[in-house]
Structures are given as structure tokens and as C-alpha cells.
Ligand binder design. Sequence first.
Ligand code: PLP
Length: 355
Amino acid sequence: MTQNDSTKGAKPSSQASTPVDDGAKDPSRVDPAPIASARTANPVRYRGVSANILDAIGDTPLLEIEGIFVKLEFLNPSGSIKARIAHYMIERAEQRGQLRPGDTIVEATSGNTGNALAMVAAVKGYRMLVVMPEGLSSERVAISRAFGAEVLFCGDFHVDQALQRAREIGEQPGYFCPSQFDSESNIEENRVVLGPEILAQLPPGRVPDALVLGVGTGGTLIGVGQAFREVNPKVRLFAMEPSESQTILCGEIAGHAIEGISDGFVPGIFQRNAALIDEITAVSSVEAVAEMKRLARKFGLLCGPSSGAHLLAAHQVRKLYPELQTVVTIFCDEGEKYLSEHFSGRSADSSFVFG
Ligand SMILES: Cc1ncc(COP(=O)(O)O)c(C=O)c1O
């Protein structure tokens, strides 16, 4: 066949779109099956056109890592699990008439809830005032500002002073303070949305035997714990604290590197529901940060220090109680929020020696 024969009558457009090396010339060649992935098995996550970024909150993957079931909540918009309660608390307040167009949302936060509320406020057209202590990762401040929020600094590292200030501001006309540390809507989101989402993702026939989590507000541990108790009344709930600052266990308040938990006081949500908790565990900041770096290098999961702490605490629980087969934890926030604090050095973060 000449060059002319092969091209005779062919439409230029169909020639241009012919894939290179598609196997058509070799009838004996059998192509392998298409590569299956979570996406091809479940191809449409968002059906149709989404209204806005808030539609992308939730529906995050559940991974099994070293025998522990891990919910990847750092994949939420704004980079943390807090997108869920931010969206939920604001929509509840709108329904109840506590928040009206033109109002300002004000909240005390160690950062992630501020980022998440600032995102929700941007989408919905509210003004946002984030009240947070100094001494937390600079990315958290920058992210809130990027969403158009104003940031008011109050106190150092722990959130108790910011909490007081946000409450006072929230009582003024034109302001609404969701009060994440006390809010029943916080618990409710975790009980009716996040908890059932995890239960639906576990392998068929498996129910959780244990939930291991740090305590910021306590909303996740309590709310998800309540959802788990509905399918397994014996599920054990483990609260994890930094070993340097065991506030729940013994009132100790000190600095630590597991940002997002152990904010310097026992939150109202935890106090009201303490009877649901079975045990309190601890992980040191140094171990948490080292484990966070291992997660990035070994699994491609760029998360914050509390994710490292959660996996370590979950392993402790499995070792101590081997009968607890289905242990669940959560990776709550993204590592990008900690680049300047923990990932900016070159050699310190690498497990390789180049020579
Ligand atoms: C970074 C981070 N955000 C949020 C949470 C969950 O917080 P809360 O207790 O407020 O539900 C945790 C829990 O460990 C966390 O580590």
C-alpha cells in the first residue's frame, strides 16, 4: 500500500484525532483492561453543575492505612474538617434568623475554623472577623485574610482569651458568633453527616470498634461517636491529647505542636458529654511531627501534625486492645498550612541522602 492509498478518502479531522499506537495494526495484541480507580468505579462525584464551592464539602475518601481506617478530611475546601461545621452552623443560624444579610460573623479559633468560616462568609456575602491567638502557623492567618476576613489577635497560642473576646463582640447588634466550642449544631453535623458517611464507607459487615481523635471543640469525637454508638453500642471512644499539655486528663496547660487540638481549656461540648468517653491517650509533639512527615513521604498524604498524632494514637489503641479490630481515626487538616513551620528545611525533611 502506498502512502496515497492509505490516505485516500480519509477525512483530515479523523486522521488528526487517530491515537498513536492504539494497537489497531496488530490484531494479535490484546490490550490490558482499563486501569480501575476509585474514580472510575464511582465516576461521578458531583452530578451536574454545582452551585458553589460549598457543594464540595464532605464525601471525602476513607483509606485503610496499616490496618487503621482513616477519613481524609483535610481534602475539604479550605483545607480542613472544619468546612463541615462552618457550613452547617451558618446555615442553621440563617434558618433560625440569628444571622441576616449584612451581618458580621465573629469566631474564636486556633485557625482552621476561622479559615472555613471565612470561606463560607465569602461565598454567602457576610463579613468575617476571626479572633485568634498569636503563635500559630502563619498560613492559617494568611488563608483567612485571603478569603477576605479580618483577623484580630488575642492571647498567645491558647484560645481562651480569644473565646472571651469573640463572645463579647458576638453579643453586639449586627454580629453573630457561632460559638463552635459550645454549639449543639457542631455536634449535630458530626452525628448526622460525618458519622453516617464513615459508616457507609466501611467494608460490608464492618462496624467501628473504636474511634480515636484529638479534642479541639470535642464536636467531632462526640458527634461521630454518637453515630457509631447507634450501630455498635460498645464502640470505645478515645480522646487524644498532646503529652505536653494534658488538659482533659489533669488540667495541665502548656505549649505543644499539635495545632488544632488542646487549646488551653476543656471545651463546653466535651464537658457536657464527658461521660461518653472511655479513655484518654497522649502523643508527644515530637512524635506527631515525625509521623506527619512519614505520612507525606510514605503515603503521599500531606497533612498536619494532628494527623500524625491520630495515626500513632490509633496504633497504640490497637496494640493495647487487639480485640478492637475496626479502629477509625481522621486526618483533619492539610500539611500546606504548616509548610513554613515544618516543611521549609531541605535536608531535615528528606529521608534520602543525595550524593
Ligand atoms: C487540626 C484539627 N482540627 C480539628 C479537629 C477536630 O476538632 P474538634 O474537636 O473541634 O471537633 C482536630 C482533632 O483532632 C484536629 O486535629
